[in-house]
Design a protein around this ligand. Structure first.
Ligand SMILES: *Cc1c(COP(=O)(O)O)cnc(C)c1O
Length: 388
């Protein structure tokens, strides 16, 4: 079983009174645990953390200290990482369709590793960064993932060789392939299929006199939650075995996002309104769909929730809504809960990925503040521990 970060109710109450809600609590120890878990179960695979899943500076700095590299997708992410002192050699610009500003910033900052999936992108990269190192993104069809990224990106495997040769002809350093099987996979199957497809392309390239040296297996490793019962260890073991069998001498990269950041954050939010509407109980929270819960819309994520402790009584079905004036702002249309009162606290574990990262300040509500658990826990009275 993987360890996950969850605050005790002592800690939740103490944090809420000290910092006010909504509050995001980030555990850097959990970030380290997740990073080490991948290193241990996918030995030899270099981690390029997908910054988009959670660009929180303290999280990124922690990973940098641990030796991680980074998957960036825009000028903004490159500049933010440079601010944190991360050298350009530790970044791959893994957006297959780059903006002019993104390419200009890559050029200025010294980022030299890119992905592409079309002939037009080869010309763009070659114009800004002659001789840059490139990986061809290939399309992997996978219906089993929660978020399918192959609708939008990835070259057809049948075009792969032509694109690789074209990139070489345009003077680029054609290093290998990458793929992204989609997010929150619950088995190794899609990765194993993708590795077979990638192996065929490696062989075809070798026959054409192009020796590929890097394979980037992307992200998509699942966040373990109470509900899903995914055996991540077994999944990673299968991927590792396939890598050893098919790619013994290839440098392997991965681009985990959610796996690293997902379990590292807890949200504390409060009930700010309660009423019966058309015979149904509604609760209004101080955090909503335009904030941390944006992952419901963008990431199709189902957040877990725990209600204030000490609450007794039968469960009812209720609707939980966010604080904005938009009627779209409904967090949980139908959740079982004990009856709640104004000021009651709600704890949402496993909300570190694609949550605060896509939050907005719509309607004038500030983004939830972030505190680092290992920095604030000493200040809480009495001294307390997170439970896992
Ligand atoms: C978003 C993204 C990732 C991370 O995906 P997760 O599901 O968070 O692991 C990795 N690589 C690329 C290219 C991405 O776009």
């Amino acid at each position: 079983m993987q360890q996950t970060f969850k605050l005790s109710w002592d800690a939740v109450e103490s944090l809420a009174s000290r910092y006010a809600t909504p509050l995001l609590v980030l555990s850097l120890e959990q970030v380290e645990y997740n990073y080490n878990f991948l290193q241990q179960h996918l030995p030899g695979v270099k981690v390029y953390y997908a910054v988009k899943s959670n660009p929180e500076p303290s999280l990124v700095k922690k990973l940098a200290q641990l030796g991680s590299s980074f998957d960036v997708a825009s000028d903004g992410e490159i500049l933010a990482l440079r601010e944190l002192g991360i050298p350009p050699e530790r970044m791959v610009y893994a957006n297959p369709v780059k903006t002019a500003r993104g390419l200009a910033v890559a050029q200025q900052t010294g980022v030299r590793q890119f992905t592409f999936d079309s002939a037009t992108e080869i010309d763009k990269i070659a114009a800004y960064l002659p001789g840059a190192t490139v990986l061809l993104r290939v399309r992997i069809d996978n219906d089993a993932s929660l978020v399918n990224l192959n609708k939008k990106f990835g070259a057809d495997a049948r075009e792969a060789l032509d694109l690789l040769l074209l990139a070489r002809q345009k003077g680029l350093d054609v290093a290998g392939l990458c793929f992204h099987v989609g997010s929150q996979n619950n088995s190794a199957a899609a990765y194993l299929d993708a590795l077979l497809a990638a192996h065929e392309i490696f062989q075809a390239a070798a026959l054409a006199g192009l020796k590929l040296r890097i394979l980037d297996i992307g992200g998509g490793f699942p966040i373990p939650t109470g509900k899903t019962n995914i055996d991540t260890m077994a999944m990673l073991k299968k991927i590792h075995q396939q890598l050893v069998a098919l790619f013994p001498n290839t440098e392997i990269w991965s681009e985990p996002g959610r796996f690293i950041s997902g379990t590292a954050m807890n949200l504390i939010t409060s009930v700010i309104g309660a009423q019966i509407r058309n015979g149904r109980q509604w609760y209004y929270l101080d955090e909503g769909l335009y904030g941390t819960f944006s992952g419901i819309l963008f990431d199709h994520w189902e957040y877990e929730m725990e209600t204030a402790r000490g609450k007794q009584g039968p469960e009812i079905e209720a609707t939980f809504a966010g604080p904005s004036c938009d009627s779209l702002d409904i967090v949980f249309p139908n959740r079982r809960t004990v009856r709640l009162e104004l000021g009651d606290l709600i704890l949402v574990p496993n909300c570190g990925a694609y949550s605060s990262a896509s939050a907005t300040t719509f309607n004038g509500f500030a983004k939830a503040a972030v505190v680092v658990w290992e920095e604030v826990k000493e200040k809480l009275q009495p001294s307390m521990a997170a439970v896992s």
